[in-house]
Write a protein that binds this ligand. Sequence first.
Ligand SMILES: NC(=O)c1ccc[n+]([C@@H]2O[C@H](COP(=O)([O-])OP(=O)(O)OC[C@H]3O[C@@H](n4cnc5c(N)ncnc54)[C@H](OP(=O)(O)O)[C@@H]3O)[C@@H](O)[C@H]2O)c1
Length: 280
Amino acid sequence: MNIEGKVCMITGANSGIGKATAIGLAKLNATVIMVCRNKDRGEKAKEEIISLTRNKNIDLLICDLSSQEQIRNLVVKFKEKYQNLHVLINNAGIMLKKRKVSVDGNEMNFAVHLLGPFLLSNLLLDILKKSAPSRIINVASAAHKRAKIDFDDLQSENKKYSLFSVYGVSKLAEVLFTYELSRKLEGTGVTVNALHPGVVNTNLGRDMSKFNQWFGKVFFKSPKKGAETSIYLASSPEVEEITGKYFVNKEPKLSSEESYVEEDAKRLWEICAEITGLNI
Ligand SMILES: NC(=O)c1ccc[n+]([C@@H]2O[C@H](COP(=O)([O-])OP(=O)(O)OC[C@H]3O[C@@H](n4cnc5c(N)ncnc54)[C@H](OP(=O)(O)O)[C@@H]3O)[C@@H](O)[C@H]2O)c1
């Protein structure tokens, strides 16, 4: 796909990997729709991206992706303004030291890494299909590899909350969602892949100790490097027809054994459909 002039939506585009992805796609002359939860942070990043890339086709839409109502409003606003969507990058993410729930009452990792991408992708499927060939890219994490889904405690209510373990489970759920969606989209011209961006120095660790933040600054890769696989999956003709894969460093790799259990993926899909009220 020649990305020039193509419409690309990136969630969490004001910081870290999302912002670097927006810059990369803007440099390739794509039309970039930044989805951010905070207007000031979004505007600041948008101005920076325009001045850096000289691409004026950068738009900002405000949405807190932990709120199902805000996602529905975002989709309405987007469809009022745009006739096409060629690339959707579900990138927004969090790491929280303490358990938090969304405005809808869902545990925050579960809400932002699974329910948000599930609802947003499904509500945009009609326009993605109409714009095919088109692509959905889910920014997951290698942290999914240590995780197991506990269907009796999907919202981490019963066991002691642990930042890395809850994050990892939500990222495993995101990979399972990617594979299930790819099976449902077979033959539509819409591909969907997941990726691990590497260990990247971003704002993700803001809840962590000062030492961990210093360590990240010194030893982790830059957001520009961390965005390379997202930009590759969004724009490269090499992956035009590749779907249902997990990429690391621009190459398909095996994800964890748990992520390939179709029964779990289907069960998770049904749970998401019920929570979001989608009749699919
Ligand atoms: N950094 C790494 O080493 C690493 C490794 C593996 C995977 N990842 C994944 O990469 C993705 C990007 O993270 P990052 O490292 O670039 O972190 P980051 O710098 O903290 O960026 C995360 C972005 O997501 C946005 N966001 C968070 N919650 C949101 C919500 N409820 N609604 C809308 N936007 C929301 C943030 O907005 P605010 O600025 O307003 O908070 C920010 O723009 C995440 O999915 C993360 O899990 C990162």
